[in-house]
Design a protein around this ligand. Structure first.
Ligand SMILES: Cc1cc2nc3c(=O)[nH]c(=O)nc-3n(C[C@H](O)[C@H](O)[C@H](O)COP(=O)(O)OP(=O)(O)OC[C@H]3O[C@@H](n4cnc5c(N)ncnc54)[C@H](O)[C@@H]3O)c2cc1C
Length: 528
């Protein structure tokens, strides 16, 4: 096959189409186009920028959450008009282009659990090389860290953090929590500093480092100018995919939201947990009754959207009297065990940040803590509103629908109180409040009620199309991301995890994309 870079995309004969150019999709496009005999198309609904053209309001590491031009409209809850499902990126680089740049991978216990449930190829020893392959870390032990991967990972020194962030770490140590020098170790219990996928951009040395540091998203790290020059890689931005097209049970391409069809021998969905789930459903891959209700032709009766997960958190604002500096935005993370955690599990984290609403504090000073039940049991659902690709799907996260998740959050709040009661925080911590400004109650009954009211998504939505062994009632994919019963269709993004990893999801999604790209390369271009 010959490749003509300037030929019309619609007339090219693709080996692989990747849908969605986010944390996973950009990795996929880069790795799969390393094979120059394979013609690859990456389709992204949002805009495409390069390292030199990313707008500063998106590229700056301390700016989190993107803007209206780089995010999707909010999805609504199933059966209600309430917003649900959290913020979603719509830009090349996806979530990695708008996130908080905390680069902490899933601990060993997550992979042990998945391997024990039948995903033997996802044991920790099997995935560790792909974590290492993705990163170029400037700290830690070579046993756990890569030095030559595309994503630069930087660990700040403690004295580079804000004074309040340092006080949080010191108070946690005073309260008896362990010191942790590397949150990316296999069992990273204790208080450590967040490693970040940021890079100093020394273009303007007059600026403070916090105003120079850029978040190195996957579009920058993996889709470099050299990669984009490849004759066998096309990137189609600002283009939404409606559904996957089949000949019987074999993939033949995709249909765009404007009705155009593009052909390929294989399709990889990397449109994120909500995006990929919705595309599968519109394509006829999902629960039979749900598809019938929307008059969608059934291709495969699979439990798409039935195992959705996120981590419940309450955002705590600690109003203080101390130092008012609010940069760098992130500080330390305490990763801990509730009384319900198994011996190898970490089911609570407290993430220090400077995203608090200072106007609510009587002193004008505050810091924020994401108090997160990071190993939850509650599962939600993803459904279609209609078969129309322009209609957003419906999402119910069902956070705290399992009682133990409430208990874990109660213990997380208690941990924060314990830390605030120790120096150097004790003498400057005035009071602890939720994000709406209300004070966190001290009696258990009121605290429980308040947590149920205040709980929010941690923006780590996963598991809309989980991997699992054949016969697992929730499984949609085999352990190489292939959709059961079909040929030529894989999913590679946050959708595929059997349950939510006990951590922020970006590095684990990137690892999973590296892992599945390698499986596709090993299988060869004709295999599906
Ligand atoms: C505000 C925010 C802060 C976060 N902070 C952190 C953090 O600090 N650390 C961390 O580890 N994780 C963080 N996360 C989570 C992490 O970024 C995500 O889990 C991760 O980016 C998900 O990767 P993905 O590839 O599954 O999906 P995404 O990165 O969301 O990529 C999906 C892409 O597919 C595109 N797409 C969707 N539907 C279609 C369609 N129909 N046609 C074409 N394209 C489509 C989207 O536009 C998007 O670009 C954060 C998330 C958010 C939103």
């Amino acid at each position: 096959m010959t490749f003509a870079k300037n030929s019309k995309i619609a007339t090219r004969d693709y080996d692989i189409i990747i849908v969605g150019g986010g944390s996973a999709g950009a990795v996929m496009a880069s790795r799969l186009s390393e094979n120059r005999n394979q013609c690859v198309l990456l389709i992204e609904a949002g805009a495409s920028y390069t390292k030199s053209t990313f707008p500063p309001q998106i590229a700056l590491g301390r700016r989190v959450g993107g803007d209206a031009s780089t995010t999707w409209a909010h999805t609504q809850e199933i059966g209600s008009s309430k917003a649900s499902g959290g913020l979603r990126a719509k830009i090349l680089g996806g979530g990695s282009a708008i996130n908080a740049a905390a680069f902490v991978r899933a601990p060993r216990s997550d992979f042990d659990r998945w391997a024990a449930a039948g995903l033997r190829d996802w044991a920790y020893e099997q995935v560790l090389p792909y974590f290492k392959k993705s990163e170029k870390a400037d700290y830690g032990n070579d046993e756990w860290h890569g030095r030559r991967g595309p994503i630069p990972v930087h660990l700040r020194r403690k004295d580079e953090l804000s004074k309040t962030a340092q006080a949080f770490i010191d108070a946690a140590l005073q309260a008896g929590f362990l010191s942790n020098d590397d949150l990316n170790k296999p069992f990273p219990k204790g208080i450590g500093i967040y490693p970040l996928n940021v890079q100093d951009d020394p273009g303007n040395p007059a600026l403070d480092r916090n105003d120079r540091e850029i978040r190195v998203n996957t579009a920058i790290a993996y889709l470099t100018d050299d990669v984009r020059q490849r004759e066998n890689l096309d990137i189609l931005a600002d283009t939404e995919v409606d559904k996957v097209l089949f000949n019987g049970h074999h993939v033949r391409g995709v249909q765009l939201a404007d009705g155009r069809e593009l052909t390929a021998r294989q399709v990889v969905l990397s449109a994120g947990a909500i995006g990929s789930g919705a595309i599968l459903l519109r394509s006829g891959v999902g629960p039979k009754e749900h598809l019938a209700a929307h008059s969608i032709h059934l291709v495969a009766d699979l439990p798409v959207g039935q195992a959705l997960m996120d981590q419940p958190n309450v955002y705590l604002q600690v109003f203080i009297e101390g130092d008012g500096a609010i940069l760098p935005a992130l500080g330390g993370k305490l990763w801990e065990q509730s009384s319900l955690a198994a011996a190898d599990q970490l089911d609570i984290y407290l993430g220090f940040n400077h995203f608090a609403n200072l106007a609510q504090s009587p002193t004008g000073k505050a810091f924020g803590i994401i108090a997160c039940a990071c190993r939850p049991r509650s599962r939600g659902k993803l459904e279609l509103e209609s078969a129309d690709p322009r209609a957003l799907p419906r999402v119910s996260l069902n956070l705290l629908s399992v009682e133990s998740d409430i208990q874990i959050l109660i213990e997380a709040v208690a941990m924060m109180r314990r830390i605030a009661a120790h120096e150097p925080l004790r003498s400057q911590a005035v009071s602890i409040h939720f994000s709406d400004g209300s004070e966190v109650p001290t009696d258990l009954k009121s605290l429980r009620e308040a947590i149920v009211k205040q709980v929010d998504s941690t923006l780590h939505v996963t598991s809309s199309a989980p991997m699992g062994p054949l016969g697992d009632p929730l499984a949609v994919l085999d352990e190489q991301g292939r959709v059961y019963g079909l040929s030529g269709l894989r999913v590679a993004d946050a959708s595929i995890f059997p349950d939510v990893p006990s951590v922020a999801t970006n590095p684990t999604v990137i690892m999973a994309a590296e892992y599945i790209a390698d499986r596709i390369k090993q299988a060869g271009p004709s295999a599906a």
